[in-house]
Design a protein around this ligand. Structure first.
Ligand code: CMC
Length: 427
């Protein structure tokens, strides 16, 4: 049996044969379907890209029905249990897990780039005292392109990897600066004898000359959270990274745009929205009423549902375990009871069962961030730090793709045509 699809156009009675590869047809093969020779040809209409593949990729695999997530073929459960974040970052960037000397070299190269230019401090200082951390983060990431103008040389592989290392190393520093600015506290410079996550906690929480030693359980929990958030194939922000990168923009500009997409409450901003929702519910006894309002369409149950997962998000399961470990150190977050009750009621409710709405990664992560002492405005930033690795791995893959073209979707134009302009005094 040939791997082809036969399409009959009932408008003309003509049949067309198009090739099928990887269960996919090429949209351009539909162009030959026309009623008249001078027609533009058939296109595909897919708002929200529900069924459009943007690229071929070897980075991340998801089976949404079975609840499977793998980076470069390794199950997320194994990576979260056995690796630290820098190891997983190497895996995503290079396609293979590092041996010890490769890991040492990678960690060293990241440490060489953790500092940011002193002018960034002045930029941070220009934000209002109550500026949202994600706004400060996206703006300062974009501004890094002005410090590294050579980043424009996006066709040089060596230069690209250098910029990737800079970005992966500097995003925690920018995030910590944003936090310290919001607290009115002086910035802590990176401390390069610490691990990636330990250094991040140091830049966030170290006060004056007092020694700061984060609890190893918190460092480990942060590593796990960062691993879980590192990539998620062609989601909204990653496709923005690819879209901006497709115009040959430098990676700082592209990553800033991707972070902007992540900020929205339907995507990475959901962790902030979940906490606000739990606070609004306020008490376990109010959960049923709140769920009823979700079903009436009054609001969404934040941290629930996913475009791809029609099963329990495997990341949410690990985050839930992680929460228990963190609460042993920090004390139990009182909002956990509301979250557990919400999950229990929603998972039994026909509305959620029928639509296959399960908790996603954002449902429990905010409870951990809050227990660690972060304000809600930092939650999307905590998502953006590790996701920078995924964005960059996907950007690298795109830059090396021979089929890469500038992203430029089509539209169905339904507006007016060929109108004659009436001078303003006669309108
Ligand atoms: N609460 C209540 N109803 C929901 C929810 C929800 N959280 N999510 C989806 N639905 C309903 C929706 O109303 C629709 O119902 P109907 O068929 O009767 O119209 C049906 O389920 C399908 O929803 P959809 O909006 O067509 O699904 P989508 O794939 O376009 O949207 C989503 C996916 C994640 C944006 C959505 O589920 C949502 O808004 N969830 C809440 C926000 C959230 O938690 N986002 C984090 C996503 S995971 C982390 C990340 O990768 O960013």
């Amino acid at each position: 049996m040939p791997d082809t699809l036969t399409i009959t156009d009932n408008r003309t009675g003509k049949s067309y044969e198009v090739d099928i590869t990887h269960d996919t047809i090429r949209a351009m093969d539909l162009r030959k379907i026309k009623v008249h020779d001078d027609d533009f040809g058939m296109m595909v209409y897919d708002p929200g890209y529900l069924n459009t593949t943007l690229c071929k990729s070897t980075v991340t695999y998801i089976d949404g029905d079975k609840g499977i997530l793998e980076y470069r073929g390794y199950p997320i459960e194994q990576l979260a249990e056995k690796c630290d974040f820098q190891e997983v970052a190497y895996l995503l960037m290079y396609g293979e897990l590092p041996n010890q000397s490769q890991l040492d070299e990678w960690v060293h190269s990241l440490k060489m780039h953790t500092m940011v230019h002193e002018n960034i401090k002045e930029q941070m200082a220009a934000f209002r005292y109550d500026a949202h951390a994600m706004g400060m983060f996206t703006s300062t990431v974009a501004s890094l392109s002005t410090f590294y103008p050579e980043a424009k040389q996006v066709h040089c592989a060596e230069n690209r990897m250098l910029q990737c290392q800079r970005l992966i190393a500097k995003v925690p520093t920018l995030a910590a600066y944003a936090y310290r600015h919001s607290q009115g506290q002086p910035y802590n410079y990176p401390k390069n004898d610490l691990s990636y996550t330990e250094n991040f906690l140091h830049m966030m929480f170290k006060m004056s000359d007092n020694p700061y030693h984060p609890d190893p359980a918190l460092v480990r929990a942060l590593d796990v959270l960062f691993i879980l958030h590192a990539d998620h194939e062609q989601n909204c922000s990653t496709s923005v990274m690819r879209a901006i990168g497709s115009s040959d923009a430098d990676p700082y500009s592209a990553l800033s745009g991707a972070a902007g997409a992540l900020y929205g409450p339907l995507h990475g901003g959901a962790n902030e929205a979940v906490l606000n929702m739990l606070n609004e519910i306020g008490d376990v006894k109010n959960v049923r009423d709140y769920v009823a309002k979700c079903k009436d369409g009054e609001h969404r149950l934040m941290g629930f549902g996913h475009r791809v997962y029609k099963n329990y998000d495997p990341r949410a399961r690990i985050v839930k375990q992680c929460a228990d470990e963190v609460f042993q150190v920090t004390g139990r977050n009182p909002l956990l009871d509301i979250a557990l009750e919400l999950e229990k009621i929603a998972l039994e409710d026909e509305y959620f069962v029928k639509r296959k709405l399960y908790p996603n990664v954002d449902f429990y992560s905010g409870l951990i961030y809050q227990a660690i002492g972060l304000p809600v405005t930092m939650f999307p930033v905590m998502f953006a730090i590790p996701r920078a690795v995924g964005w960059l791995a996907q950007w690298q893959e795109m830059m090396e793709d021979e089929e890469r073209r500038i992203q430029r979707p089509r539209q169905i134009y339904l507006g007016q045509r060929e109108r004659t302009l009436v001078p303003i005094e006669k309108r």
